[in-house]
Write a new protein. Structure first.
Length: 149
């Protein structure tokens, strides 16, 4: 449910950034990228460590383990943002757009945000109410699944 809300919100932000990059506004790619990374990404990836598990390809079989659907939908949002940043054509390859806009690939962006959340929670002060549960979760071994933390 939160994933669908996030995808909808991301599509709206990408469309708004695309509108700002029209020649009338004269916004440069530098400022468009800054707007995308400082406003759109935090709004889209808010609490990503809770609703999205990074993709893991280290198992046997053709399918990936993790939130592959969410990452695929986020890739379309990031593609729209990269198109807005670069002002490219709709037929431009996504990898080239990400490389030219200096954006990480989608799966690495999500891993980066999950890692940031993990580091933020691991460095909580001892008197913080969530310090004990977070430290317990970090030190205990999960037997069934790998959580996002």
């Amino acid at each position: 449910m939160h994933q669908a809300y996030t995808v909808e919100k991301g599509a709206k932000w990408a469309a708004q950034i695309r509108r700002l990059t029209r020649p009338i506004w004269e916004i440069t790619p530098k400022f468009t990228k800054q707007l995308f990374t400082s406003v759109a990404l935090p709004r889209v990836l808010y609490a990503v460590d809770l609703w999205c598990t990074p993709v893991n390809n280290k198992h046997d079989g053709p399918k990936t383990v993790g939130s592959a659907r969410a990452i695929k939908q986020f890739a379309s949002i990031q593609r729209a943002g990269a198109l807005a940043i670069m002002g490219g054509l709709c037929t431009s390859p996504t990898d080239a757009l990400n490389a030219n806009a200096f954006l990480l690939p989608t799966s690495l962006t999500i891993k980066k945000w999950c890692f940031r959340a993990m580091v933020r929670m691991a460095t909580l002060p001892r008197d913080y109410p969530l310090h004990k549960p977070v430290n317990w979760k970090i030190t205990c071994l999960t037997k069934r699944h790998c959580g996002p933390l």
